[in-house]
Design a binder for this molecule. Structure first.
Ligand SMILES: Nc1ncnc2c1ncn2[C@@H]1O[C@H](COP(=O)(O)OP(=O)(O)OP(=O)(O)O)[C@@H](O)[C@H]1O
Length: 306
């Protein structure tokens, strides 16, 4: 069953003079899902997040979260949502624990024990050290510990792993899975496709301020790519019940997309003259490259805001 929409955006637009940072975003995020925002630098991810948090006023359109208008109800929205900004500023004179006390104090101290536990046990931080002596990655870990501990239903994380080493990245993916298991909705932006692939329920791809694609990752994980070289002509048309489509050719082989069950496909393959066969999955890179690969013509996006 589809979850109800938690965040609704309708024609959401932000322009700076003649430049669109975001244009006509109509997109819903459902309650309880892990939602990824993907796109190259400057594609509008942070703008989307800041509009959803009511940190800036839309030029046109609107967004709501929990039914509250994100801009007019911004203060309330920010009480209900935990936000990890892409650029962190922390008072360097405080210790790690001091920062957690300060941040959790904004929510009446709730979440401090959990934040300290995540920071020490998962992120392996020394909370007695002054934050000015923390590395960039350590500061990001500290802020993440607080974000995951906040007693809220929604987490919005702007590039949460940008400064982290590979093992800390895995820890963050596990914390996102735990958050989802507890019923929280998690939205995060990023550039590491494998991370997004591993945890997201759905992914939105942005290009130059426009939403160009939304992918259901569950359907994608079920999708199989079949590379088959047939003796003679390929046995077209394929039986309808197989859910098999031709994606293209690779040399003498056909590249097929298969969305159905494996059993019927294998049984059918045993009845046709296949000379060579490979079955695999398709990673998110292939999809991303359809919108951002070297062959993509972006000239059609070059509109002015006026
Ligand atoms: N204050 C501003 N004034 C003018 N243009 C801005 C301003 N803030 C953002 N922009 C522009 O809006 C566009 C979208 O920026 P945004 O920060 O949303 O991108 P992003 O996808 O988050 O990028 P990154 O991956 O680098 O964080 C960019 O072209 C950027 O230059």
């Amino acid at each position: 069953m589809k979850q109800p929409a938690l965040i609704m955006s309708d024609g959401l637009t932000k322009a700076y003079g003649p430049t669109y940072a975001l244009r006509d975003l109509s997109l819903d995020v459902r309650q309880g899902e892990v939602f990824g925002l993907l796109g190259p630098n400057g594609s509008g991810k942070t703008t989307t997040i800041r509009l959803w948090l009511g940190l800036m006023r839309p030029t046109r359109g609107r967004a709501s979260i929990f039914g509250l208008d994100c801009w007019r109800g911004g203060l309330q929205v920010r009480r209900l949502v935990s936000y990890l900004p892409g650029e962190l500023r922390m008072p360097g004179s405080l210790s790690g624990l001091g920062v957690l006390k300060f941040l959790s104090g904004l929510r009446d101290g709730e979440g401090l024990d959990r934040a300290a536990a995540i920071a020490e046990r998962v992120m392996k931080l020394d909370l007695s050290r002054k934050v000015r002596k923390y590395s960039t990655g350590m500061k990001q870990k500290l802020a993440l510990a607080q974000a995951f501990a906040d007693p809220v239903d929604v987490l919005i994380l702007d590039e949460p792993t940008s400064a982290l080493d590979p093992s800390a990245r895995l820890d963050v993916m596990n914390l996102i899975r735990e958050a989802k298991a507890q019923g929280q909705t998690v939205i995060f932006s990023g550039h590491v496709l494998s991370e997004i692939e591993s945890v997201c329920d759905r992914v939105a791809i942005l290009r130059r301020g426009r939403l160009v694609h939304v992918e259901d990752m569950h359907a994608r994980r079920r999708l199989r790519m079949v590379l088959a070289r047939f003796a003679g002509e390929p046995p077209l048309p394929f039986p309808e019940e197989l859910d098999l489509k031709v994606r293209g050719t690779e040399g003498a082989a056909l590249l097929l997309e298969h969305g159905g069950e494996l059993g019927p496909l294998l049984r059918w393959l045993a009845t046709v003259p296949v000379e060579d066969l490979a079955i695999g999955t398709e990673d998110l890179h292939t999809l991303y490259n359809q919108f951002h690969g070297p062959d993509v013509d972006v000239a059609e996006d070059e509109d002015s805001a006026r």
